[in-house]
Design a protein around this ligand. Structure first.
Ligand code: BGC
Length: 507
């Protein structure tokens, strides 16, 4: 079920440098190979002009989502309003069910100072597709001292149609989760039930998306925060919207209270479900077909950590099948769906050894292209399975180029979304005098070499090319923000405060 990984706050290694190869300067073994790589470069590169076109469509979809429920971009108002000033204080428990991990954190906020005690668990694959109730029930997760009562901020990083600050309805599972009995239910109520059943005196006072937590945690430190961005296993953003523009809620009771701004959970991973604007390749379509949520989260599947390795694997297998890579040899490992972890891409991107030894290491250690394992030769039964010689230098160069194409495309498309939100909110949620702060969580932004730089370059490309909107990008500060599901969730619990009712039973 849940296996404890660590009980301390993790330390973030700095992302390594990205080392780029020029696809037009390497020596290919034949023209067909050169041609195949040139085609990939063409398919995966997104020009500034194309980025602007996609960004315009993104803004169009964003506005549709603000005007009407049921649109591709859900644009969920999350009942968090008002800006923070850093003076907020209190003690809270937070629980985060995200993608890869479940975290429980006890957070104490004292006028901008934060102390935390954290427990982190990995979520088994079985749990991701097992009964929803089981996901909420595991009693290892929370330990509350007997007799005490505490408020809990619940970060649930899936598309939820929020009905109050501590209730909502799960619209769909994403990121490889598919627990029966979850869609249509209120995650906060499910959690509250589970806690009651275990006789825990914990009130679930807020339900929030991880990007909302990122936004709040960043705003606690930087008052000009406009966007909370999530670029990890999945991808999404939350931003501060003026209530007047959330036209689909005009006239509703909660909106008649005079509040001027509200946080919106965009659920932008769903962008272009219709497949009309994104430059999808056959490799992306293959990923979509193999996923548990086929036809959904199309944008997320081009940019999120869960999918980048699989896109890369599809390209490699295609070249192998055409005998243009690795002498046409494949291995059990490379043939396995989802077997190419996105972290391998980071290693390959950062490889600056003259012979690309780190790339060779990935091929040999994780993908079965072993060069010197005599046992592999003896135990192999299939002639098409690689057993003896490993990769050539050209193979490794091509692999590095392909990884670079997939990674850079993801960064540029992620930047397109940021540019779209900035353009939409300019002059309303932020002004150029004050600038805009963006807090970013997620493994891609933190660990993928060059991701942040590629994003910045793309934002610059967009606003240089875009004639109708000028944004001085020196006024935009994008910084990592890692404590959304602890500090952000605690702040959300604080904002929910005493007003939130304990969620009703899920039954
Ligand atoms: C979910 C979002 C979440 C994002 C990042 C997506 O798959 O739909 O709700 O914010 O992943 O975790």
């Amino acid at each position: 079920m849940l296996s404890a990984l660590t009980t301390v706050v993790s330390i973030t290694p700095k992302p390594t440098r990205r080392v780029v190869l020029d696809p037009f300067k390497i020596s290919y073994t034949c023209d067909k190979q050169r041609q195949a790589v040139a085609e990939l470069v063409d398919e995966f590169s997104i020009t500034p002009s194309a980025l602007v076109t996609i960004k315009d469509h993104f803004i169009h979809e964003l506005k549709k989502g603000l005007a009407k429920d049921g649109e591709t971009l859900a644009m969920v108002p999350v009942f968090v309003s008002g800006r923070l000033d850093g003076s907020e204080s209190g003690s809270f428990l937070t629980l985060d069910i995200g993608g890869t991990f479940l975290r429980v954190v006890f957070v104490v906020l004292t006028n901008g100072q934060v102390t935390k005690q954290q427990k982190k668990y990995s979520i088994d694959e079985d749990l991701k597709v097992g009964e929803t109730k089981v996901l909420f029930v595991d009693e290892h997760a929370i330990k509350v001292p007997a007799g005490s009562e505490i408020d809990l901020g619940f970060t649930f990083s899936f598309p939820v149609l929020q009905t109050t600050i501590n209730s909502g309805t799960l619209i769909a599972w994403t990121k490889g989760f598919s627990c029966p009995g979850g869609v249509g239910k209120d995650p906060a109520a499910l959690l509250q039930d589970a806690l009651h059943k275990q006789n825990m005196h914990v009130r679930v006072v807020s339900l929030l998306n991880d990007t909302v937590g990122t936004l709040l945690a960043h705003a606690y430190q930087y008052k000009n925060t406009v966007i909370g961005l999530g670029l990890g296993t999945g991808s999404n953003a939350a931003y501060i919207e003026t209530v007047d523009r959330i036209t689909k809620r005009k006239g509703s009771m909660e909106f008649a209270t005079g509040i001027k701004e509200m946080v919106i959970n965009m659920e932008f991973g769903a962008f272009d479900k219709e497949k009309i604007i994104l430059p999808l390749t056959m490799f992306d379509n293959k990923v979509d077909r193999k996923s548990l949520n086929q036809g959904n989260q199309i944008f997320e599947k081009m940019i999120a950590g869960m999918y980048l390795g699989e896109i890369t694997r599809n390209i490699l297998v295609n070249l192998i099948d055409r005998r243009l890579l690795l002498d046409g040899r494949s291995t059990k490992e490379i043939c396995k769906v989802w077997a190419f972890d996105t972290s391998y891409m980071s290693t390959i991107e950062a490889d600056e050894t003259p012979d690309l030894d780190d790339t060779r290491f990935v091929l040999e250690s994780y993908l079965g292209f072993a060069s010197s394992d005599p046992m592999a030769t003896l135990t192999s039964t299939s002639t098409s399975v690689a057993t003896s010689s490993s990769s050539s230098f050209t193979d490794r160069q091509i692999i590095k180029i392909i990884v670079g194409l997939v990674g850079k495309r993801a960064a540029r498309l992620s930047a397109m979304a940021v540019a779209g939100i900035l353009e939409h909110t300019q002059g309303v949620g932020w002004t150029e005098d004050d600038g805009a702060d963006i807090g970013v969580d997620g493994s891609l932004f933190r660990f993928y070499p060059g991701f942040e730089d590629d994003m910045k370059e793309a934002i610059e490309d967009i606003f240089t090319f875009e004639k109708s909107c000028t944004i001085d990008i020196s006024k935009i500060q994008m910084r990592p923000r890692l404590d959304g599901s602890s500090v952000g969730a605690a702040l959300c619990a604080l904002l929910a405060g005493k007003t939130a009712a304990v969620p009703s039973s899920s039954e």
